[in-house]
Design a protein around this ligand. Structure first.
Ligand code: ATP
Length: 276
């Protein structure tokens, strides 16, 4: 008999609505320990709110949620979070290395953690996201992509059991997209942590992903990349005809207005469908 491990995320008949608008409902789902789980969908489909319910920042409208075997609560140090990008103002009084260091504070590495070891851990993280050369620069002076790499380093600093990433590759050039997605995957493999990765763009992480939750127009589907990224499945989820193409191993979703904004499009999709 195989050992049953507590799932990292358990949702039961979960729904999230704002007023009379329902983003998703009847969502029953378990995300296993060590799983790489991607959340895809067009703008406004409820991807970020999905993460916020796991963080305890938004209550479900219906149903139940458990994270790491427990009820959700804010500020759980076993969860690392890379929030959707919001630029730091030019006057933000933090250097790059301070931002990464904040990921250690308040956790088991936190106050009392010997400063030499703390510094070494921050240096290691800065190096792994390619940020060593701007370690002493105030974050508000850095580019969007440079800031983003620091957020990833900060989220990994406390060695979380569950890593929640909201568009963590946004505004990164191809080289850094690849470096950051590799870092996240290496971390998952060496630590056994679970990754939930919200993205518009499945292609950069396609080799790492175990399962996908695809949200659109109040509907969803869950399955392997091969099962979800098909013309038939996505047309059902969108409730409109879309076409899923595989071009040089990369997924491209084309079709209606909704689908032209769909994840999987790393090039401009042509609007081949009718009205959404
Ligand atoms: N606290 C709130 N009150 C009312 N509406 C909200 C609230 N938070 C989010 N929404 C709405 O819920 C919808 C889904 O938002 P969410 O941020 O989850 O979308 P998303 O799928 O992450 O989109 P994007 O790809 O644009 O980031 C949006 O239309 C948003 O305006």
């Amino acid at each position: 008999m195989s050992e049953h491990r507590t799932p990292s995320v358990e949702l039961e008949a979960a729904a999230l609505s704002f007023g009379d608008r329902t983003l998703w409902k009847d969502l029953t789902l378990e995300i296993d320990q060590g799983e790489y789980f991607a959340v895809l969908g067009p703008n406004g489909s409820g991807k970020s709110t999905f993460l916020k319910t796991l963080l305890g920042l938004l209550p479900l409208s219906e149903g139940a949620v458990r994270v790491l075997g427990d009820g959700v609560r804010r500020g759980n140090p076993r969860i690392g979070y890379v929030p959707q990008q919001r630029a730091f103002g030019p006057d933000t009084p933090l250097r790059a290395r301070d931002l990464v260091g904040l990921g250690l504070d308040g956790h088991r590495w936190g106050p009392g953690f010997p400063s030499r070891r703390r510094r070494a851990r921050v240096d290691e993280l800065l190096e792994r996201v390619g940020a060593t050369e701007y370690a002493a620069v105030p974050v508000g002076l850095l580019s969007g992509g440079e800031q983003q790499r620091l957020r990833v380093a900060q989220a990994l600093a406390s060695r979380p059991r569950l890593l929640l990433c909201d568009e963590a590759l946004l505004s990164l050039d191809l080289r850094h997209q690849s470096a950051v997605s590799q870092l996240i995957e290496e971390y998952r493999r060496e630590s056994g942590a679970t990754v939930v990765f919200v993205t518009h763009e499945i292609n950069p992480i396609i080799d790492d992903v175990d399962r996908v939750l695809y949200l659109a127009n109040g509907r969803f589907t869950v399955g392997s990349v091969e099962d979800v990224m098909t013309t038939e499945t996505l047309s059902r989820v969108y409730g409109a005809p879309v076409q899923v193409l595989r071009v040089d191993g990369r997924y491209v979703v084309v079709g209606s207005q909704a689908a032209s904004e769909a994840p999987g499009n790393d090039c401009h999709a042509h609007d081949v469908g009718g009205e959404a």
